[in-house]
Design a binder for this molecule. Structure first.
Ligand code: 13P
Length: 255
């Protein structure tokens, strides 16, 4: 039995004041919500404010990226140890915006994954094909490559805290979400690949969430797919009411 997970990726949005205002409303709305794990990934500058703001709730906090070294001369980078010090417990790794805008390769993603797990952060590994790759019928090949390279060198016993986020690049911020059938097919493939690589038990305990134009209006049909264990939400997570409705809709998956 996998508990559904609904995560907010605020990307490069929200000042400390805006984050605090969000939490004031969101905490009130979610005070009686059960049966779902909620994670919020604010920008680094709002991490400590969000950690303080979720005290006394079960809401977890994530960084949006890390560098793999523990410390050193790496201007602009945040290490797993620095992230942990803020009180964050999760980290998003390999988001398509990191891959496309900042040039994160599969090798870099792998180093970050290993480092996160070594230091005790729960990683949310983002994978997904571009529109061109989908049109060329390469979706499953791309997903296999991103999983195998991203998780290279890891063993089944290491990956219990792993969350995989299937985020088709063409669905991110476009308003065009994958259909439940498209997402369901990709998620089944991801589960099978994890099973082949790590065995049934380890693969069965990982959560695979969908991201890309998730809204209150589409989350239910997405999580109704057997292998969709929740959602990673960008734009629609910036407003507390809208994110709360997604949490409510994503709470009941079929697993
Ligand atoms: P949108 O929900 O804005 O499409 O963003 C998805 C995403 O990138 C979450 O990580």
């Amino acid at each position: 039995m996998r508990t559904p997970l609904i995560a907010a990726n605020w990307k490069m949005h929200k000042t400390v004041d805006e984050a605090e205002a969000f939490l004031k409303v969101f905490r009130r709305l979610t005070k009686d919500v059960t049966g779902v794990d909620i994670v919020i990934a604010p920008p680094f500058t709002a991490l400590t404010a969000v950690v303080a703001g979720v005290q006394g709730s079960s809401i977890a906090v994530a960084g949006q990226d890390i560098f793999w070294e523990a410390e050193g001369a790496f201007t602009g980078a945040i290490s797993p140890t620095l992230l942990l010090q803020t009180g964050a417990t999760h980290v998003i790794i390999g988001h398509s915006e990191r891959r496309q805008v900042f040039g994160d390769s599969d090798e870099a993603v792998n180093l970050k994954m290993r480092s996160a797990l070594d230091f005790g952060l729960a990683p949310i590994l983002c994978i997904g094909e571009t529109l061109e790759e989908r049109n060329n019928d390469e979706t499953l090949i791309v997903l296999t490559r991103q999983i195998c390279q991203g998780l290279d060198g890891l063993a089944g016993r290491n990956i219990a805290p792993l969350v995989v986020a299937y985020e088709p690049v063409w669905a991110i911020g476009t308003g065009h979400h994958a259909t439940a059938e498209q997402a369901g097919q990709a998620h089944s493939h991801i589960r099978t690949t994890l099973r082949e690589k790590f065995g049934k038990g380890a693969a069965g305990s990982c959560r695979i969430v969908y991201g890309g134009s998730v809204k209150a209006g589409n989350v239910r049909e997405l999580v109704a797919q057997p292998e969709i264990d929740g959602a990673l939400v960008g734009g629609a997570s910036l407003d507390p009411e809208s994110f709360f409705e997604i949490v409510e809709g994503g709470r009941v998956t079929t697993v």
